[in-house]
Each structure stands twice: as C-alpha cells, then as structure tokens.
Design a protein around this ligand. Structure first.
Ligand code: NI
Length: 430
C-alpha cells in the first residue's frame, strides 16, 4: 500500500480536554506529529501572555494543532465522506494542512514578529518546504506534496473547499481555538455547540456552507468569538505583558545594534538581529529559550533591559488608561512624553499606546469569504442577510486603545520632583 494511504495497525488516540479524544490512524499523521518541528510547538503557548490574567491559559500550539487536525478529520470523515462534492483523494492533504497550519509560530509571536519584522506564515512555508523532518515526511507521500500542503495553508490551493476547512470564517482553526481558549481560561462565553455545527455543515464546490436550520448555532458561534475577543484576547492586563515583551525585544535589539557588551552573548538571537535567520536557527527558538534569556538579562548592567525583564518575569506589569483618538489625548501623550524625559523615565520604553482591533463578522460585500447558508429551496445566502444578530455586528470593527505606563515608577518619584504632580494628574492617578 502507498505511504499516503498507509494506516497504523491500531488507532492512536490522544486524550484531549476539548474533544475527548484526537483519533489518528494515518501513518503520515503519526510521523508528522513525531517530527522535532511539530514537537517544538509544545514549547510555544497558544495564548502568549494571556496567562498573566487567566492563569489556566498555559495550553500550547501543540494542543491546538492536534485539535484543528481532529476537527478537520471529523468534518471530512463524518460529513463530507461519500458526498459527490467531496474528493476523497484530498483527505490527507486537508489533514496535513490542519495539523501544520501554525507550524511557523515563534515564541510570543505577536511582539516577536513586530519587533524583528518576521512573519510566522512565511516560516510555516519555509519549514514545510525546507530541509526539515516535516518536509521529509511530506515528500514521501509525493514529491510535490509539501508544496500542496503549503498552498492550502496560504489559501492559494486550487480547491476552495479544502481551503475553507482551515481558513474561513467558520473553520476548524477558529472553532478549535475558541473552544480551547474558553476551556483553558475557564470562561463560559467561548463555548458553543460544536456537535450541532458539525451536523449542519455541508461541502460545496465553492467551500463549506451551513444548512439554514443550523443558523442559530452559528449565531452562537459568532457571538462566542465576539465575546472572546472583547473579554480574553484584548484584555488590557494581558496586553500589558505583551507591551513589556515588545519593549524587551526592542531594547535588546537596540543594545545589540549599538555594540553593547552583553555578559553572555544572546547567541540564539544573533541571526535574527542580523536579519539572516535560517529555518534551523528559527526552530531553535521557543518560549523556554526566551525566558532563559530574560533570567540572564536580569543581571545586565543596562537598567532598562534588566528592569523590563524583572517586570515580565515577576508580573510587575504596567498600568493602563483608556486612550482615545482625540486631540485632547494626543496632547496629553505629547506632554507626558516631555515630562517622562524630564524625570528620567525613558518614554520609548515606559510610555506606549497599544491598539487591538477585530471585526465581528464580514459579509461577502465586505470582500471576504462569508458564512453561507444553504436555504431550504437549494439557494445560498449570506448569513448576515438572514440573521438579525449577525447583521448587527457585520463589518463592525471593535478598536481598543490603552496607554501603558509604570505606575510604581511615578509613585516612587520624590515629592520634591517638580513634575510629579502634573504626571500624576495627567494619568489620573491617586
Ligand atoms: Ni491556529
């Protein structure tokens, strides 16, 4: 039997708190899970700094990736199989794409990518196509199989139905992370009836659609997503830890570029600083390595770097105040920047506006792949044209802006410091 179709003698199961079990029968999937590039995802948290607020949120990208694989598998094996719109020869391709879609994520992706100008999607592609264990497994299926898997993840593959399984507004990726993040943070609003959704999904040549009778469960899913963004992903305290990370990476980059002598060379970061990062260097980076460096940098003579690391490791976070795009707030920020300089707190590292934004739902008219309902008469319609709830948030962008600052540093300024009072007032402290 060909490697693509090879099954292991006895099904492997992974106990999973969200799906009960993750079922694996395909030899290719077993082999991919065992590669070092996939195992690395155990050392990268799915939610980065969210555990500073919701302490349960320690789950990894490994857990999530297995979950996306499992949902993709269930959609294919339980719903699509045997239907004329589905081509069974695309099963393994879809499973591999689901499993590997987040392979290129780095440690604390958001801040890391922002400061070092990296892109996890680009690294997902490089790991799949480069000289890696994952590539060796995929190539055994077919010479051009790695390229096919990468193209599904990049949404350029020829069959939109396969793409929609892992990238659309209702796909295995989103459904898994919402359920998983809700489970591990311990909140209830991310939950929705996944079993019901799986029963109302249908394959079409253009992508997955939802039977009209399933509209309400999909509304529930959209609202869960909306709430999770507001309550979890954009939580101002988690974002405060995110800001610290960004500032640590920013500082260390500046120090490196200006020839600062580190007590111990930041060897793992060097190729990144020099913008010559290879796949090999990249996969050596995970959150345990990053935290190891933070421990080392506590002892650095550069007080900004050591202070920021101390804050991150011991959760001495910046405080925040809501920031609006108004003349008043911009003036306030400008004045605070001047005052911070005057009192010796470097505003480049200790005063920053952080923005998060998300769109609740996007209909076809807004240019993305909408959620399509399959009506009883066989016609198709956009979910937002039939659902009052979804149409209410269609195209609505939620934007959250906060100004972050170290309250403790300001409070500890002496009373003789002439600018203290003004800073305290501008930030509304007391
Ligand atoms: Ni994902």
């Amino acid at each position: 039997m060909s490697y693509a179709l090879a099954k292991i003698a006895e099904e492997k199961v992974f106990r999973d708190p969200v799906h009960g079990y993750v079922h694996v029968k395909d030899q290719v999937i077993v082999d991919l899970i065992e590669t070092k590039e996939f195992q690395r995802l155990r050392r990268i948290k799915q939610l980065g700094t969210t555990s500073t607020t919701f302490h349960g949120a320690e789950h990894s990208r490994f857990n999530h990736s297995l979950g996306v694989y499992e949902l993709t598998r269930r959609i294919i094996d339980e719903i699509f199989a045997g239907r004329s719109e589905w081509d069974e020869s695309e099963r393994l391709l879809s499973l591999c794409a689901g499993l590997l879609h987040d392979l290129g994520h780095g440690p604390y992706s958001h801040s890391f990518e922002k400061v070092f100008d990296l892109d996890h999607e680009e690294f997902t592609r490089k790991i799949i196509l480069g000289s890696t264990e994952v590539n060796a497994v995929l190539k055994k299926v077919e010479v051009d199989f790695p390229e096919k898997v990468a193209s599904v993840i990049e949404k350029t593959y020829k069959n939109p139905l396969v793409i929609s399984l892992i990238s659309s507004q209702i796909d295995a990726d989103r459904m898994d992370y919402l359920l998983r993040d809700a489970h591990y943070t311990g909140v209830s609003y991310g939950k929705f009836d996944i079993e019901r959704i799986l029963r109302v999904i249908r394959p079409t040549k253009k992508g997955m659609v939802v039977k009209a009778s399933g509209m309400h469960v999909v509304e529930d899913y959209i609202m869960s997503r909306y709430q999770m963004y507001r309550q979890i992903y954009f939580h101002p305290v988690s974002n405060s830890a995110e800001v610290l990370l960004t500032k640590i990476f920013q500082r260390v980059k500046v120090l490196f570029e200006t020839g600062y002598q580190f007590k111990l060379s930041p060897a793992h970061f060097e190729s990144i600083f020099k913008k010559k990062v290879s796949v090999d260097d990249y996969i050596k980076l995970d959150e345990s390595i990053v935290q190891y460096y933070f421990q080392l940098w506590l002892k650095e003579e550069d007080t900004i770097l050591s202070d920021l690391c101390e804050r991150f490791l011991n959760r001495h976070l910046f405080k925040s105040v809501e920031f609006h795009d108004s003349d008043e707030d911009f003036k306030k920020l400008e004045r605070l920047t001047t005052l911070f300089h005057k009192v010796g707190i470097d505003p480049d590292y200790y005063l920053t506006v952080h923005t998060s934004s998300n769109i609740g739902y996007e209909s076809h008219a807004l240019g993305t792949q909408q959620i399509t309902l399959l009506l009883k008469n066989g016609e198709y319609a956009d979910l937002s044209d039939h659902s009052t709830i979804v149409s209410a948030i269609n195209g609505k962008k939620s934007v959250y802006k906060y100004l972050y600052y170290p309250k403790d540093k300001i409070i500890s300024l002496t009373e003789e410091q002439p600018y203290k009072k003004e800073i305290v007032e501008l930030l509304g402290l007391k």
